[in-house]
Write a protein that binds this ligand. Sequence first.
Ligand SMILES: [Fe+2]
Length: 189
Amino acid sequence: MITKQLIKKVENFAYSQSDKYHAPSRAHINIANEKGQWLAKKLKAKKDIVYLGTLLMDCKLGHAYSQNKLPQHIKMSAAKAEEILSKDPKITREEKENVLHCIKEHHGVKKFFSIESEIVSNADCYQFASVRGMIGGITNTMGMSLDDLIALYEAKADEKWNSLTLDICKKELEPQYKAIKKLFSNYNY
Ligand SMILES: [Fe+2]
């Protein structure tokens, strides 16, 4: 069973890491959480699994970045998640396994472990392929030149648009992705 206490503990950890490292921003955590819950309801998936997944998928992103280990953020986030979840007396082995797969698969895989994992991966894409995610991210990023920021967000918009697997998300994000591409194509470096 996933208790309220566990959810609170995970929320506190994810947001404290965001406040410490500024990555992922609270804006990005919030949009992934909200879209994850929206998708879980629409697709009748386990909402608590999805919520723990969107909270924990990038929980060590900022720490990894600060150590020049960005490509390892998934492994580091999964290890931290395992540490937190293993201390909880109520979560079942199946629930824990599902949450850990949500984290490990959040940048996409050929075949998802569960519908919850596929939802978490698609919710992640909203951080860069939606107008809200793009603006929320850019306005909360510090220490980068504007040129680098725009180049990064254009590349990430492409990457996340190409990672979407759920039709409901593709349908919602297509006009937003196109608008982002159009906007950035008018940016003069
Ligand atoms: Fe990630």
